[in-house]
Design a protein around this ligand. Structure first.
Ligand code: MG
Ligand code: MG
Length: 265
């Protein structure tokens, strides 16, 4: 059953989402060659607790860390380790927070120094596909419209869309109904209505859509070893229109970047 949120609940959820956003902004300038993922994970945990939140992933389904850190061919659910980041890597950082009784959950894939042209294009196109999906989050549309928009945007550019992992409803639970796939057919799936809050999170591969899992039981990686990108926002339906509760602005401020044109809804 989908749990639709009141205006008051959406305001509380915005605070949870924004704490994730601030955490990603705090990490952004630290994601450089030589950085140790496990140390960044500890910093993130401290930052979240200092700001009145609880790490949302830590201990959930027995996940051992605050952040999912998934470099290069890892798609999602990577466990922060001690291998230093290298120039040319990419790193998906996914973070969850529990605050005010509600979860925030969002993610950004960072280039580490300079990355090759195909990978740079993958990052930009995956982020753009997230916004193509967000634009469909309108009262009267259906959940299938979101996935269809993401799939059309990315497959037309030659990428593989991961099928096995999907976005989700968000609220007092990290994973609520409905599931929000990154592929689909227009006009299919649950109707979108006022108070729906979902996490949309395209996972897009440079090569094949197929994935495999490491023996650690967590890490998902591409079957062909090519790079994969992941961007995630928390989105509410307010006055029938999409409202993004999370923001990349803290990342942009930290890195001296401007939002792209497509980010203006
Ligand atoms: Mg999520
Ligand atoms: Mg996430």
């Amino acid at each position: 059953m989908i749990k639709y949120k009141s205006a008051e609940e959406i305001e509380l959820m915005r605070e949870s989402a924004q704490l994730v956003s601030k955490t990603l902004g705090m990490l952004a300038p630290l994601l450089v060659p030589g950085a140790i993922p496990l140390e960044l994970d500890k910093k993130a945990e401290e930052f979240i607790r200092d700001h009145g939140g609880i790490p949302g992933f830590l201990g959930m389904y027995d996940f051992p860390n605050t952040l999912c850190m998934s470099p290069n061919a890892q798609v999602v659910h990577g466990i922060p380790g001690k291998t230093p980041l290298q120039e040319g890597d990419i790193m998906s950082v996914d973070c969850g927070v529990l605050m005010n009784g509600f979860y925030g959950d969002h993610a950004y894939t960072f280039p580490i120094g300079d990355v090759d042209a195909d990978t740079a294009r993958l990052l930009e196109d995956t982020k753009a596909s997230l916004y193509a999906g967000i634009r469909e989050v309108k009262a009267g549309n259906r959940v299938g419209d979101i996935g269809a928009a993401i799939q059309e945007y990315t497959e037309s550019r030659g990428y593989g869309v991961v099928r096995e992992l999907v976005g989700h409803g968000l609220g007092k639970q990290m994973h609520e109904e409905p599931q929000v796939p990154n592929y689909g057919k227009r006009g299919r799936g649950k109707k979108i209505q006022e108070g729906l809050v979902i996490a949309i999170e395209p996972m897009i591969n440079l090569g094949t859509q197929r994935i495999k899992q490491l023996p650690d039981g967590w890490t998902i990686l591409t079957a062909d070893g090519k790079n994969s990108a992941h961007f995630e926002h928390d989105v509410a339906v307010v006055n029938g229109q999409p409202e993004i509760l999370s923001t990349f602005q803290y990342i942009y401020d930290a890195l001296g970047m401007e939002p792209a044109e497509y980010e203006k809804l």
